[in-house]
Design a protein around this ligand. Sequence first.
Ligand SMILES: Cc1ncc(COP(=O)(O)O)c(C=O)c1O
Length: 413
Amino acid sequence: MNTNGKIPLVDLVTLHQELEEELVSVFRSALKTAGFVGGSVVGDFEREFAEFCEVHWCIGVGSGTDALRFALIATGVQPGDTVVTVPNTFIGTTEAISQAGARPAFVDIDERTYTMDPEKLRSYLETECARQPQTNRVVGKRTGSPVTAVIPVHLYGQMADMDPILDLATQYGLIVIEDACQAHGAQYFSKKKGCWRKAGSLGRAGAFSFYPGKNLGACGEAGAVTTGDEQLARRCQMLRDHGQSRKYVHDIEGYNSRLDAIQAGILRVKLRHLTKWNEQRRKNARCYDELFAAADGALALPYVPAWSRPVHHLYVVGMADRDRLRADLARDGIDTGIHYPVPLHLLKAYEALGFRPGDFPVAERAAARVLSLPMFPQLLAEQQRVVVNAVQSRIAKFRPMGEALYPHMGSPK
Ligand SMILES: Cc1ncc(COP(=O)(O)O)c(C=O)c1O
């Protein structure tokens, strides 16, 4: 690894250097056949990724945002509907809702996992929604808009608490689409089903991004929908390809958002390494947990409930002096990130929805405190020690030793 002594947040160079020959041969064989769009390589990747996610169907598309949009449209979300999600996610989640013609609504997150708090979803459905007597449909009391779907976001590589979310969805007739864009291979122990389940296999559909920095990343833009529902899969196949069921047979209008063959070939190469890479991320997360154990209480370390086997897309800590620490680490050559600095309900893009600071206090507090530390499979233990020493020496200066910022939060499992 040559990073001039700096420690990057994500090192995409080393990974691609390691695979260079295989990746270049994907490009060479695409040139030989001029098979740039569609073809057997796309189908092969779709089969292999479906198997990885333990679902019947995978539909390769142009991005994670399009995967979410097509999943929403294909499951029957209508223009004017309301789709519920969380405020601390990438804007792609809510863009997809708006692009499907629907309106995003938010519920707050759990303060330890940073994912959708099922109790907040319950409270939203019980207090802010009502059932229409004639149709029994659930509508927002303020907007009159039918609430038809919910998108839990599996953030930072950890799945949302799906059992209670799925129960509420059944009770209120909501479609569940998993935003699994950061969770390739993450698992959830479903008590209802009595087994571990992969991200993208629990909702009506799952949506993945293969943006280069993801656990499974293309060398460009790409995404996929996963589902166990054949009809839904067929509809997504049409939506990504101008609404075609066969060449020039357009039963509906669709979009141009196919997964291209070179990206599919690259993803096939990388998919063979994904389980190993996820394991290396887990090892790195354990290493951080152990090294940070000495600073117990001064930092909120990632919390992993018993029902979760995360894949550590990001290693996110929480602290009060986040911005100061981040600037100091940058001076030391340690790159960090903030995922995400502004909760979606407070973005200018969503001004018209009329939300105010204080509406989702847990997400707002998280936005002010979270810091993503370097995390990628090839991260070295030595680099992790440098990061942890730098963080700990700064924290010791910021506040008296032993003062807990998050006394209510236990240490990580
Ligand atoms: C949680 C989440 N949702 C949606 C997206 C959108 O994916 P894409 O950038 O591939 O459109 C991303 C990508 O960053 C994401 O992290």
